[in-house]
Each structure stands twice: as structure tokens, then as C-alpha cells.
Design a binder for this molecule. Structure first.
Ligand SMILES: [Zn+2]
Ligand SMILES: [Zn+2]
Ligand SMILES: [Zn+2]
Length: 144
């Protein structure tokens, strides 16, 4: 038994994730990462600020940018235009976001990468990255 699907579902060691991305672990970084880990819907920047009153607004925004640049977290576009921040697994992936409950999911779908390769000739330049979000009604919400 060595299948991908038998990966443990336990939460990753958050401190280790920060360090593995080459960042020093500071109080605000740890607080924000732990906060993001507490719900699978991700958070808007405002929700992070109100959830962490001890961290200043400027520090929240600076830390979010830093964690984004280091691939510790993802910024997910939503239908209402307010991005949500969620923990990242680090490897390249795409997102689903539920339009009803805001739950953020990750998926890979390597077919998307092949599809984008075939689009390359249509694009006036070289594709160097992409973000893909599917706006869904998740399986929990669809049955309500
Ligand atoms: Zn992500
Ligand atoms: Zn949902
Ligand atoms: Zn992709």
C-alpha cells in the first residue's frame, strides 16, 4: 500500500510549513497561519483582522503578502470580488470556491496544464503562470 490517497489527513505542522518556505517564525506569522487553519472556508482580510485583534492592520497585510509570496497561503478570487485567503499545500494547484458557504478546495487536474499548453500559440507572449478558480455549489450545499 503506497497510494496517494492513503496520505494522512491530520493537519500539517504549521510552524514547519513556515520554516520550510524559508521564513522566520514570528508571532504574527504563526497567529495568522493558525487562524487560517481553523476553518476550511478561508478568510477575507477583514475577517483575519477582526479575528486577530492583537495584530495590527498593517502587520496583517504585510504578513499576508509575505506568506503569499512564500506559497504558504493562497489568495482565492470569489464571485463577490473579495478574495479569500487559505492555507496552501505548496504544490501547483487550482481552486474551487463554494458560492454558498465559501468553502475553498484545492484540486490539481493535470489536464488543465496540457490544455494551457495547447493555448500557448493563441497568446501574444509566454504564459508564466495562471490562477484558476471554479465557482461551485459544493456537495454539502447542493443537498440542502
Ligand atoms: Zn490553494
Ligand atoms: Zn458549500
Ligand atoms: Zn494549473
Amino acid at each position: 500500500m503506497n497510494s496517494e490517497s492513503s496520505k494522512p489527513t491530520s493537519r500539517p505542522d504549521l510552524i514547519e510549513i513556515i520554516m520550510n518556505r524559508g521564513l522566520r517564525v514570528t508571532g504574527p506569522r504563526r497567529l495568522i497561519v493558525e487562524h487560517l487553519n481553523s476553518k476550511d472556508t478561508g478568510f477575507t482580510a477583514d475577517e483575519i483582522r477582526s479575528g486577530l485583534p492583537a495584530v495590527s492592520r498593517a502587520t496583517v497585510f504585510r504578513t499576508l503578502k509575505l506568506l503569499l509570496d512564500a506559497d504558504v497561503i493562497c489568495r482565492v478570487a470569489t464571485v463577490n470580488g473579495v478574495p479569500r485567503y487559505a492555507l496552501s499545500r505548496g504544490e501547483h494547484h487550482h481552486h474551487t470556491v463554494c458560492i454558498r458557504c465559501d468553502k475553498v478546495g484545492e484540486f490539481k487536474a493535470s489536464m488543465i496544464e496540457r490544455l494551457l499548453d495547447t493555448l500557448n500559440p493563441e497568446i501574444p507572449g509566454q504564459i508564466v503562470g495562471h490562477n484558476i478558480e471554479f465557482h461551485i455549489i459544493c456537495s454539502d450545499c447542493i443537498n440542502v
